[in-house]
Design a protein around this ligand. Structure first.
Ligand code: MG
Length: 375
């Protein structure tokens, strides 16, 4: 697939058009001598085409808007991505507006990651995906400068990556059966519930496979007693945990459910930033970290540390994203209990090649940074 340079919406700093999105042959460059260069940020809008209409409790869609970023420094390029599923409130317009305010050329040392990302976070509140696409590109750049994948820089063992689940959205039994059959190479499935046909969904998946299942209710259960009843039933069907069973506002009901449920409960929509974790101790069994919520890798890494200190479970997930953001999240996966890193597998027009799922397992590579190359 070729990049169409005319599709670029913005170029910041003084990067020349010729330097945009070059093919990076990762793993071949030698460690870069740092001079007094400037970082140059550029970005463009892109629409991900979903292979199947994606339905969860609340809405359906066929595309996901993203913004793709590059940070260029001394001839190397770090890649990043912001994904904006509509329910999170960001859009290509809002991310563009945010990125236009970011002045990276004030920094001449990309290793000042903490300073740079603290500055980016301070520009405006929210805008989490917009912040993530800078964080990811900066981490990718750092890895390329030292010519190492991030997981190695963090001292992580690539053999400890988890299996990933593959998501089956809410649909009719015929479609669910077909999607489940198509997903036979995965050893765990995540089934979306909360659409009013929960038992039909599970029974249909179970008519095809007996692999372990996760379920994600996307806030779909409003009544705590019915939620507990479902948790007991789901336990009998081989379900491992329940993600965001109840509306995020029903905190007392959630704490009651977590105390009584035979299955662990995981916060997703309720949980965004690092400072949220401590208040969820006792309300949920664990958290679902996504780079588009955490503002990227820097804070996601801290979240894992804090959650472990609170004896909470950790899951790492994603939005529908290209292999760029998914491969970035996968760099942290040796640290988590559960992974749901299938976002790039749900689209038809990925622009990158990155981590692979081999025999259901998240499989890291030796490419530097976030581990991708442009297709
Ligand atoms: Mg979820």
């Amino acid at each position: 697939m070729q990049f169409k340079r005319r599709d670029f919406v913005k170029t910041l700093g003084v990067a020349s058009a010729a330097s945009l999105f070059p093919i990076v042959t990762g793993g071949c460059s030698s460690p870069k001598v740092i001079k007094n260069g400037k970082m140059k940020l550029s970005f463009r809008a892109y629409d991900l085409q979903l292979t199947h209409t994606f339905t969860v409790a609340g809405f359906s869609r066929n595309t996901t808007p993203v913004i793709l970023t590059e940070i260029e420094y001394e001839g190397l390029v770090g890649y990043g991505e912001a994904s904006m599923p509509p329910y999170l409130g960001e859009s290509q317009e809002s991310v563009t507006k945010f990125l236009t305010k970011v002045k990276l050329d004030q920094f001449n040392d990309p290793f000042r990651v903490d300073d740079i990302l603290t500055y980016v976070d301070s520009i405006d509140i929210n805008n989490r995906a917009a912040k993530a696409c800078i964080d990811i590109a900066l981490h990718d750049l750092i890895g390329k400068i030292v010519n190492q994948p991030l997981y190695k820089l963090w001292g992580l063992n690539p053999a400890k990556t988890p299996l990933t689940s593959f998501t089956i959205g809410i649909d009719t039994p015929d479609v669910v059966r077909l999607k489940t059959e198509e997903a036979s190479r995965f050893r765990i499935l995540k089934v979306k519930l909360g659409g009013g046909n929960d038992k039909e969904m599970i029974n249909t998946v179970r008519s095809v496979t007996d692999v372990p299942l996760y379920v994600d209710v996307n806030q779909g259960w409003k009544d705590k007693n019915l939620a507990l009843e479902m948790c007991h039933w789901l336990k009998e069907q081989g379900i491992q945990f329940v993600e965001q069973p109840m509306p995020k506002e029903q905190i007392d009901d959630m704490a009651w459910l977590t105390e009584n449920s035979p299955l662990p409960t995981i916060a997703d929509e309720a949980f965004q930033r690092l400072q949220d974790i401590a208040k969820f101790k006792g309300v949920y069994s664990g958290i679902n970290i996504k780079l588009m919520k955490s503002t990227g890798l820097r804070e996601a890494h801290k979240m894992i540390t804090v959650a472990r200190a609170l004896d909470m479970k950790v899951m790492i997930g994603c939005m529908t994203e290209t292999s760029c953001a998914v491969s970035a999240a996968a760099q942290l996966s040796p640290l988590v209990d559960w992974a749901d890193l299938d976002g790039n597998l749900l689209i038809d027009n990925d622009l990158y090649e990155g981590i692979k799922i081999i025999d259901g397992k998240v499989t890291l590579n030796e490419l530097p940074g976030i581990g991708i190359r442009v297709i």
